[in-house]
Design a binder for this molecule. Structure first.
Ligand code: NAP
Length: 567
């Protein structure tokens, strides 16, 4: 008997510290940790104690005695990792280097962004006595892609935010400034005036471009927008994607593509029980889509999606997953790594033509690249070409466009080829990588390449848009350890203005600032709205409604004004 790690694994490695026998790998100090799809438990070493399950923030670790039928493949998947990566005799997990204990205060740090990358930084900082943190986000709600990116039918993944709770002492040292845009309401220099340091952890909010003709036709939509639309992001509530056609084409085959494909063909009745935005559920109820084609420019062995997400796709009721991969058998024979072999074996077990034309289907098409998106005044189809994949001198396998082309008819093309960061005024930015240039989280000047005093970065805007939520935990540890080391070495400037002046400045510039209490009020209102219909929450999708919900209740407002007047 053993424990196994299943689909929701967030890779944040919290479970490692709990394991008394070191049976969870890869660990952050092992070379394949950065690229691992998930963590795995070695069944031969596990002593079935369950300590790791108690520490898992997303409930991904289960005893092999209580697996659901959908989780049945996971014991073999966990064991397969160790066929290629046996635990070395005498191996011992080295704990992460101890964090700097600063022992003197105050240290005031601003964090720009309120997604998981930002919260992991806040958690590290507030674990130090006397450190004060102010967190800013341009939206009136926190949690970034946990709220506006994670698929609504993945509620366990969203539980990761339950860790971002502070005790009374930490809360007193933490200020939340939502609905405040850095660069618009408050600038970089002003943040530096009020803090010893600023950490930029604002993620990657926009999309990469295909750079092909027709990319901007109506009906060609970036995945970043489509995902934000169904997740109730207030800026994309009006997107209104065209779901009138029979087929949707998605370009790119990462996990975001799989999320979107799954949601488009899932029974909207089931989605109505999630926190998906009301407008998206209504649009999916009206949808005519029967088929989603996902295009991967390279072969199946190079698919960007992970095996757990593919497995979940194959377990959808009433939906067939069809594989169109010309070289699948050869790729399976050549595969040298257990993770790729497992993924290819799962793909090889799926049909290569739709078994029942009456059912909805997702077609995973490989070695195919879009050349042009066509249509008179909106999308009518996409011209695609086959590709051949070959490794370059640098060892990277790249797709070369072949000579067979065809048109796939569709009214909706979703471009899901990765996220991209954007620049903030006053902060260095690398246009090529779409990231803030840095060395281990210390932001460096674009021209001189020297570290900028007191400026740091973490998360996707630091390292690019890859990795799952938990990857940001170790990323935050690195950034914060360097920030604290700089503070101890007297390398940080002393703030010119008092911390208390910051709240006044921000409120003057943005009277509709939403603080921690305001967010708690929005959260309560959304949860109680959802509870009425058995949903986890019913999201506000309009900024004005969020700001209104954040205002103190009229009775409390009256009590506050009486109290203020009587002072
Ligand atoms: P991704 O994993 O980087 O996938 C991007 C896809 O776009 C790849 O198939 C890539 O192909 C393709 N692509 C890039 N440029 C292209 C071009 N010019 N033409 C055609 N295809 C192109 O990105 P993502 O799906 O946005 O995911 C971002 C991160 O979030 C990933 O780390 C992902 O695992 C994570 N995520 C995880 C979950 C989950 O765990 N459930 C859910 C969502 C997202 P090549 O491989 O050939 O470059």
């Amino acid at each position: 008997m053993a424990y196994v790690i299943t689909q929701n694994c967030c890779n944040d490695a919290s479970c490692l510290a709990a394991c008394p026998v070191g049976c969870i790998h890869p660990t952050p100090d092992e070379p394949n940790f950065a690229t691992a799809e998930m963590l795995y438990i070695d069944p031969g070493t596990c002593i079935d104690c369950g300590a790791c399950a108690d520490w898992c923030p997303v409930d991904a670790i289960k005893s092999d005695r209580v697996l659901t039928p959908d989780q049945a493949p996971y014991p073999a998947m966990n064991a397969a990792y160790y066929a290629d990566n046996p635990i070395q005799p005498g191996w011992r997990h080295r704990d992460a280097p101890p964090l700097v204990t600063i022992g003197r205060a105050p240290l005031r740090v601003a964090i720009v962004g309120a997604g998981p990358a930002a919260w992991y930084c806040a958690e590290e900082l507030l674990g130090q006595p006397g450190v004060e943190v102010s967190m800013f986000d341009k939206l009136p709600t926190p949690y970034g892609l946990v709220r506006h990116g994670v698929a609504p039918d993945h509620p366990a993944t969203k539980r990761v935010i339950d860790q971002f709770r502070f005790d009374r002492d930490q809360s007193a040292r933490f200020g939340l400034f939502l609905n405040v845009e850095v660069g618009e309401h408050v600038g970089h220099a002003e943040l530096m005036d009020h803090h010893h340091a600023v950490i930029y952890a604002y993620g990657a909010a926009t999309d990469r471009r295909l750079d092909i003709t027709g990319e901007d036709l109506p009906g060609s939509v970036a995945a970043t927008r489509f995902v934000a639309w169904y997740n109730g992001h207030p800026d994309y509530a009006d997107l209104d994607p065209d779901l009138t056609g029979r087929r949707v084409v998605i370009v790119g085959n990462g996990n975001v593509a799989l999320d979107m494909a799954r949601l488009v063909v899932t029974d909207p009745g089931k989605l109505a029980g999630t926190d998906m935005a009301d407008h998206a559920v209504a649009a999916l109820r009206r949808s005519n889509v029967e088929e989603v084609v996902i295009l991967g420019r390279r072969g199946a062995a190079d698919a960007a999606f992970t095996t757990p997400e593919l497995l979940a796709l194959t377990q959808l009721a009433d939906v067939d997953v069809v594989v169109d991969a010309p070289d699948l058998t050869a790729e399976l024979t050549a595969a040298s790594n257990a993770t790729v072999r497992g993924k290819l074996a799962l793909l090889a077990s799926l049909p290569d033509t739709a078994p029942d034309p009456g059912r909805k289907r997702i077609i995973l098409r490989f070695s195919t690249v879009p050349l042009e998106i066509v249509g008179a005044d909106r999308v009518e189809g996409v011209v695609v070409a086959t590709t051949e994949v070959a490794a370059g001198a640098d060892g990277v396998r790249r797709a070369r466009v072949g000579d067979r082309t065809e048109i796939i008819d569709t009214a909706l093309v979703i471009r899901s080829i990765g996220f991209r960061g954007t620049a903030l005024p006053g902060v260095p930015f690398d246009e090529v990588t779409g990231t803030v240039p840095n060395e281990a989280g210390r932001v460096i000047d674009s021209a001189s390449r020297h570290p900028l005093t007191g400026v740091y970065t973490s998360g996707w805007i630091k390292r690019g848009p890859s990795g799952v939520i938990g990857t940001n935990r170790l990323c935050a540890k690195e950034t914060v350890a360097n920030l604290l080391a700089d503070f101890l070495a007297d390398r940080l400037p002393t703030p010119r203005a008092a911390g208390s002046a910051l709240t006044r400045l921000v409120r003057d510039r943005q009277p509709d600032t939403v603080d921690a209490r305001g967010w708690a009020a929005i959260d309560r209102a959304e949860r109680s709205g959802g509870a009425e219909t058995g949903r986890p929450r019913r999201k506000f999708t309009d900024r004005a409604a969020m700001v209104e919900a954040a205002r103190p209740h009229p009775v409390r407002r009256l009590a506050l004004s009486v109290l203020t007047r009587s002072r």
